[in-house]
Design a protein around this ligand. Sequence first.
Ligand SMILES: Cc1cc2nc3c(=O)[nH]c(=O)nc-3n(C[C@H](O)[C@H](O)[C@H](O)COP(=O)(O)OP(=O)(O)OC[C@H]3O[C@@H](n4cnc5c(N)ncnc54)[C@H](O)[C@@H]3O)c2cc1C
Length: 132
Amino acid sequence: MTAQALWCKRIQAQANIELRCNTVVEEILGEQEVSAVRTLDVASGVRGELAIDAVFVYIGLAPNIAFLDGQLALDGQGRILADNRLRSSRRGVFAAGSIRTATSGQAVGAAGDGALAALAAHEFLRDGDWPA
Ligand SMILES: Cc1cc2nc3c(=O)[nH]c(=O)nc-3n(C[C@H](O)[C@H](O)[C@H](O)COP(=O)(O)OP(=O)(O)OC[C@H]3O[C@@H](n4cnc5c(N)ncnc54)[C@H](O)[C@@H]3O)c2cc1C
């Protein structure tokens, strides 16, 4: 498990949660509604089926940066490097929200970034200042 240790311990302590590490969902099964998932144990290669009533799809954590085409400097996690005015490595380009380095990873932080980036863009258009 790669989550924060506190959350790992809490999950492991829940009697009504069954943990399946090394397991991925290959297919969601069901006609009108979900009835099961087809699973693959990536360590052993064994496939299985698990009857379930619902699926929570937890995706979207990888920053979508392909469109940048290498034009902005990134941090080690592939997020856009930006200073405290959200200025990127390229003059006139700002980075706000979960795409930028040191993101809070929360919607409220992304919303705040939007406001800060708008103010910083206004300052830039007014003064033309940009770090060397
Ligand atoms: C599974 C999951 C659960 C989460 N749960 C919570 C939670 O409980 N509470 C919380 O506060 N936060 C949560 N978050 C984090 C929250 O979703 C993000 O912090 C927030 O959505 C970031 O907002 P954003 O505007 O930076 O990016 P996004 O919301 O990702 O918006 C970026 C937008 O840009 C669009 N886009 C991408 N590429 C291009 C392109 N080339 N051209 C035009 N448009 C493009 C995308 O389609 C998208 O609409 C969760 C995130 C995930 C992935």
